[in-house]
Design a protein around this ligand. Structure first.
Ligand code: FPP
Length: 245
């Protein structure tokens, strides 16, 4: 559904979220239900990534942030980590041209320097090739953890204070936000988690302060354009008060 179509549903207050984040959960259960290996669930998950990133673009969402690999995901079996890395490689190789064509600005949040050197080089190249773009942002969270992000921000600010370059009183919400990896992204409006789990799992904890949260039962590999359009419509019907009345 396009924004125009949403507006045509007769609800004048419908507003479009500028920044949507998704915790893509349920790949393993999707595979299990089909007696397939977990990697098959992740493979199907990449298809969902493709559907949803395209849908986000056609809806006019300015930024989409996807939780692809958390800093806790290193605890998974080595072969599953390998499968996820392989899928990321394939995704970048096969979809980069489309991102360049569609004016998508690729961003990565998280410390991906821990990944294999060839993957780091591939990601750096993809970032460089989409850097001149000015269109929608696709941010992929890789080896990302919100607590790590906040620790890094706190350390940088503390260092500046210690160097005499900043007063303690100058540390405010804005100063912290300027240190976060999402600093170039619009404020987070909507956070979606698939597969029925209802927690944030160390994803965008600061940024989620005023975000609308939407938990859906659909497993990530089954998630598609219609689900995103429904999420956007649900967002449009919520009243955001930011602590006011
Ligand atoms: C959660 O499902 C999903 C992940 C840990 C990884 C998400 C990754 C992808 C969708 C593919 C790679 C992404 C890109 C951008 C190419 P789970 O395995 O925890 O599912 P379960 O809870 O059912 O076991």
């Amino acid at each position: 559904m396009s924004e125009a179509q949403l507006l045509a549903t007769g609800q004048p207050e419908l507003s479009l979220p500028r920044h949507v984040a998704i915790i893509m959960d349920g790949n393993g259960r999707w595979a299990k239900q089909r007696h397939l290996p977990r990697a098959a669930g992740h493979r199907a998950g990449v298809e969902a990534v493709r559907r949803v990133t395209r849908a986000a673009r056609s809806l006019g969402i300015e930024a989409l942030t996807l939780y692809a690999f958390s800093s806790e995901n290193w605890r998974r079996p080595e072969d599953e980590i390998g499968a996820l890395m392989g899928l990321l490689r394939l995704f970048i190789r096969s979809d980069l041209a489309e991102m360049v064509r569609d004016d998508v600005r690729l961003r990565i949040i998280g410390d991906y320097s821990r990944f294999a050197p060839d993957l780091v080089a591939l990601l750096d190249d993809a970032l460089a090739r989409t850097a001149p773009n000015t269109g929608p942002i696709l941010a992929i969270a890789l080896n990302y953890g919100a607590q790590d992000e906040l620790v890094t921000a706190a350390r940088r600010l503390a260092q500046r204070v210690r160097d005499g370059a900043m007063a303690v009183e100058a540390i405010d919400a804005e100063a912290i936000e300027a240190e976060l990896e999402t600093r170039e992204l619009p404020p987070l409006d909507l956070m979606i988690r698939t597969s029925g789990e209802q927690r944030l799992s160390n994803f965008l904890l600061w940024q989620a302060a005023y975000a609308e949260l939407l938990f859906v039962d659909t497993l990530w590999p089954d998630y598609g354009a219609d689900d995103l359009a429904a999420a956007v419509a649900a967002f449009g019907q919520r009243q955001r008060r930011y602590g006011g009345l």
